[in-house]
Design a protein around this ligand. Structure first.
Ligand code: PEP
Length: 254
């Protein structure tokens, strides 16, 4: 945790979830009571097909809803894409950009991530910008260089603690059950904090830096207590309300 920064826990459903899983969104919304919401922000990012119904289900609750990606442009001839404005029109408030699965599956570059982050800001969404090194980069001792590059080229100058959240997700920890040690996470998050502060000043010092990669109810307390870890981006464990809420509950007593 970082003193004076309210944590944030986001759940990324990826390409999972149909109408018969809507009860998990309703259950999650019910579990985020006022006391918990005072301690941490909680946001679910279902697939685009469920976005509008998700915001309807979470209306009048403290659960926030986000999308998993957006197109950089406002509108136009981009078959199959969804703009940040369309996401905001569904009453969603957040949008993940630059997830490693999009960088890998869709060839997204730091420049794409920058444009998408700007699109989020344009539409009034908070961008959850994912950064992280691959296993090969980690093994080659290049993690910090990769993260510095992603932060410099993928995060716009207009970024601040209100319009952007950073999620550090080592690619080799996503969906694998492997996680870096708490000491390694502390070192990397301190490095990210320094880069953000150097580049953005005060807003960089106040921005939330989430950890993502195999966060589960069983390891959440240990991972989320690390210095400069201001919450989590959760994949698999966010699909079940019980598991996701158990992770969020880490912050209730803090
Ligand atoms: C993710 O996809 O952002 C993620 C962290 O996945 P998991 O929690 O399943 O590793």
């Amino acid at each position: 945790m970082t003193p004076d920064i309210k944590p944030f826990v986001a759940g990324n459903w990826k390409m999972n979830g149909e109408r018969d899983q809507l009860d998990q969104i309703a259950l999650t919304a019910r579990g985020v009571d006022e006391e918990l919401a005072a301690k941490t922000g909680v946001c679910l990012c279902p697939p685009a097909t469920l976005l509008y119904v998700a915001t309807t289900l979470s209306e009048d609750t403290s659960l926030m809803v986000g999308a998993q990606d957006c197109h950089p442009e406002k509108e136009g001839a981009h078959t199959g894409d969804v703009s940040a404005e369309m996401i905001a029109d569904c009453f969603a408030t957040h949008c993940i950009v630059g997830h490693s699965e999009r960088r890998t599956d869709h060839g997204e570059t730091d420049e794409t991530v920058l444009r998408k982050t700007l699109a989020c800001h344009r539409a009034g969404l908070t961008a959850i910008v994912c950064i992280g090194e691959t296993e090969a980069e980690y093994d080659a001792g290049e993690a910090e260089a990769v993260l510095a590059r992603q932060l410099t080229h993928g995060v716009p100058e207009s970024t601040n603690e209100h319009n952007t959240i950073i999620a550090y997700e080592p690619v080799w920890a996503i969906g694998t059950g492997k996680t870096p040690s708490p000491d390694d996470i502390a070192t990397i998050h301190a490095f990210i904090r320094e880069r953000l502060a150097e580049r953005l000043g005060g807003p960089g010092e106040r921005m939330r830096i989430l950890y993502g990669g195999s966060v589960k109810p069983g390891n959440a307390a240990e991972l989320l207590s690390v210095n400069n870890v201001d919450g989590a981006l959760v994949g698999g464990a966010s699909l079940k309300a019980e598991d996701f809420l158990a992770i969020c509950e880490t912050y209730r007593g803090v």
